[in-house]
Design a protein around this ligand. Sequence first.
Ligand SMILES: C[S@@+](CC[C@H](N)C(=O)[O-])C[C@H]1O[C@@H](n2cnc3c(N)ncnc32)[C@H](O)[C@@H]1O
Length: 298
Amino acid sequence: MQGHMVYRAPGFEAGQPTGRAPCAGHRIRWEANRIVSGQIDTIKQGACEMREFDRDLLPPEQFQIMRYSERAFQAVGRNHANYFINELGLKPTDHVLEIGSGNGRIASALAGYLEGGSYTGAEIMEPFVEWCQTTYRHYPNFTFQHIDVYNKHYNPSSSTHACDFRFPFDDNTFDFIYLTSVFTHMHAKDVDNYLSEIHRMLKPGGTVFITYFLIDEATKAQIESGESRRKFRLFEEHSYTDNPRKPEAAIAFDIQFIRSLYERNKLKIVDVSLGKWRSPEKEKHIGHNQDRVVARKG
Ligand SMILES: C[S@@+](CC[C@H](N)C(=O)[O-])C[C@H]1O[C@@H](n2cnc3c(N)ncnc32)[C@H](O)[C@@H]1O
C-alpha cells in the first residue's frame, strides 16, 4: 500500500458530477427530515451555514481510490452531505462515525458543517488514515483511526476478520453512523457482525445509513434479461458477485436477507431506496448508484 499506486475500488465506477458547486460559502436554507414509524417526514430546521469546500482536503494522486476528478470528488461528498442533512436530519452538533472512510471523500463535505459535533473515520488502509490525520489537522473535531481488519482487496495482511472485530468505541457513542460502498466489498458474516457493532455503538434513536447492491425479484429479472449492466451471480448463500474470481470486487445481497440481518441486530429499517446500478447505462449518476438503507436504533 505504498508509493504511487492508485487505489481503485473494485466495481465502483467514476462518473460525471451532477448539479452545481457545493453549498459553498453562502447561506442555504435547509430542512431536516425526521424519520417516524417507517417513513421519512419533513420538519423545518431553519437556516444553516455550510462553509466553502476546503480544497486542501482533496487527495493527491497516490491517495485516489476511484480516480475521480476534483469536481466529481466534491460532488459525491456534497450529494451525501446534503442527503444526510436534508433527508436524514443530521445536525451540526451530532457525533458521527464513518466506517471505511477511505480518503475522506464524504468527510470533506462534512468538514464545513459539523460544529459542536464530531466526526470519526475508521479505516483499514493505514496509509490513508495517516494521510487523513495530517490533512484534517486543522479540524480538531475530526479524527481518523486505523482499524486492522482483513479485506482481501484493501488490507490482505491482517489476521483479524471483520466477523470477529470489535470496534474501539464505547456503547451508545454516535448519533449517526454511515458506510458508503463498503458492504459492497464484504461477506455476509462480516456484514452481520458490523451491524451488531453498529447497534452497540449507536445512541438510542441514532441513525445508520449504508449503501448496498440489493437483489430482489425485479432486479433478478433485469439481470436475466440483460437489462442490467451488472451481472450478479449467486456465489454463496444470499450473496452474489459479478466477479467470481474476486468476489470482493462487488458483492450484492438478497434484500430479504439484509432485512433479516437488521431485524436480528435490532435495527429498524425506516427507508430503502434502490439506486441506478441496475440500469443498462454506465454508472454516471454519482448521486444515487448504490441502494440505500436507512435504519434507526430503537
Ligand atoms: C470503495 S472504497 C469507499 C471509500 C469511502 N467509503 C467512500 O465512499 O469514498 C471501500 C472502502 O471500504 C474500506 N473497507 C473495506 N473493508 C472494510 C472493513 N472490513 N472495515 C472497514 N473498512 C473497510 C476500504 O478500505 C475502502 O476504504
